[in-house]
Design a protein around this ligand. Structure first.
Ligand SMILES: *Cc1c(COP(=O)(O)O)cnc(C)c1O
Length: 312
């Protein structure tokens, strides 16, 4: 199943730029999002491998684990999620994983890789054919999925005559940004693609994005991209993963009220705020700017519930 998503023009303007949004949150299964787009090719690959059980990794807030648990169910596969035991948050994503019937194996965060290996070997001994999807759908297949998303953006430009000067998105483990960047290299376009880091410092995060870009380019026989050609912005991470300020919450409310679009405070709301700051700081105006909405709608509801509790 192909999940092409729409691009819409927003009525909100920032610094006299015209904003557009690619709605990857509107994918056609399990609340969409970049984790859906990245998971789909893994499930295709699983068919070839005739797998019986899917194993993956993620925290309680993981959009990836929710999508994988739902996909597994819809393909009639068993699903096991390895999760760090330190993380006890109650979230809609975790609730949906549990209700899908997936097994959750918790372990200390420093024992994740040994627990994955142990789980895979136990499943094999029990006669299953397990298939492992890296956390977040990281890997060549996930990167490839975002080359295709970039090609949807190019098709939109061709169709409408609107040309984007820059694309902004939330960057975490980086495969989403890597796919867009690789797409722009493969198609020799001039788009500036800015990953707003949601947690990692540049020294740690940028090399991982670059590695994913170059893994894909190498697979296509294209020369590697240099580190300085990558824009991985770590000026907006605040206190790290999940930390948000009043400005982020302000943009989330405004986007919901004026555009009817949900954003969460960990990924999309934070990245949207980072984009606004970056456009203003760099004096960018009069351009067409595309924001990639990477999904995470269940996290939006977690935020909404928390707000409701604060009001009470
Ligand atoms: C995981 C996630 C991201 C980050 O994607 P990466 O490919 O890991 O960089 C961004 N937005 C949302 C909503 C996510 O769930």
């Amino acid at each position: 199943m192909k999940h092409e998503t729409p691009i819409q023009r927003l009525s909100i303007q920032v610094n006299s730029n015209t904003l557009y949004m690619k709605r990857d949150d509107l994918g056609l299964f399990s609340f969409g999002g970049n984790k859906l787009r990245k998971a789909l090719p893994f499930f295709e690959d699983m068919k070839q491998a005739a797998a019986t059980t899917v194993v993956t990794y993620g925290s309680s807030s993981s959009n990836h684990c929710r999508v994988v648990a739902h996909e597994a169910k819809s393909h009639g596969l068993r699903c096991v999620v390895i999760a760090p035991e330190e993380d006890l948050k109650v979230t809609f994503n975790r609730q949906m994983v549990l209700e899908s019937g997936a097994g959750i194996v918790t372990c200390p965060v420093d024992a994740v890789s040994t627990t994955i290996a142990k789980t895979l070997s136990e499943l094999k001994q029990a006669g299953e054919r397990p298939y492992f999807i890296p956390g977040g759908g990281h890997g060549l297949l996930g990167t490839q999925a975002y080359v295709e998303a970039f090609e949807e953006i190019l098709a939109f430009e061709d169709r409408t005559g609107v040309v984007f000067d820059a694309v902004y998105l939330a960057s975490g483990t980086g495969a989403t940004q890597a796919g867009l960047v690789a797409g722009s290299v493969l198609h020799e376009t001039r788009h500036a693609i800015h990953g707003i880091s949601i947690a990692r410092r540049k020294a740690q995060g940028a090399p991982i994005v670059l590695e994913s870009v170059n893994e894909l380019l190498a697979a296509r026989g294209v020369p590697a991209l240099k580190a300085d050609a990558l824009s991985f912005l770590d000026d907006y991470i605040l206190g790290g993963y999940g930390d948000a300020n009043a400005a982020i919450h302000g943009w989330i409310r405004r986007m919901l009220h004026e555009e009817g679009i949900p954003m969460d405070s960990t990924y999309t709301g934070k990245a949207f705020w980072g984009m606004v700051e970056h456009l203003e700081e760099c004096g960018i105006s009069g351009r067409n700017i595309l924001f990639l909405h990477t999904g995470g709608t269940p996290l939006f509801f977690d935020d909404l519930l928390r707000r409701k509790e604060e009001i009470r």
